[in-house]
Ligand binder design. Structure first.
Ligand code: SF4
Ligand code: SF4
Length: 104
């Protein structure tokens, strides 16, 4: 599991660098984000949840049956939409309410 950052979409806001608990994300000469140590990413998903432009994709490795499936997230007030893209072009959206995240 690891992330991949789309430099075309990145708007250099720096939120992913600030939130990554492992300090794995850096900025290049154009202040665009890149992951410097992908092997050390443990897939906490914090960075993609912070990214305002869906520039960070989280890849599900073959070890958990991902086979090229990736996901990113989009926020809408208290709702967090998880967009899951399968290799066969099928897209699945799962929505969670962040206000209820610690309810149970
Ligand atoms: S998924 Fe978590 S550990 Fe991996 S780069 Fe993003 S914030 Fe860092
Ligand atoms: S949070 Fe998204 S837009 Fe902001 S620096 Fe990171 S990848 Fe770029």
């Amino acid at each position: 599991m690891s992330i991949k950052i789309d430099l075309q979409k990145c708007v250099s806001c720096g939120k992913c660098r600030t939130i990554c608990p492992g300090n794995l994300i850096f900025k290049n000469d154009e202040s665009k984000a890149f992951i410097k140590y992908p092997d050390e990413c443990w897939g906490c998903t914090a960075c993609l949840k912070e990214c305002p432009v869906q520039a960070i994709n989280y890849y599900l490795g073959s070890d958990i049956g991902g086979k090229g499936t990736f996901l990113n997230t989009k926020k809408e007030k208290n709702l967090l939409h998880w967009h899951i893209y399968k290799p066969n072009k099928v897209e699945i959206i799962i929505t969670t309410n962040v206000a209820e995240a610690n309810k149970y």
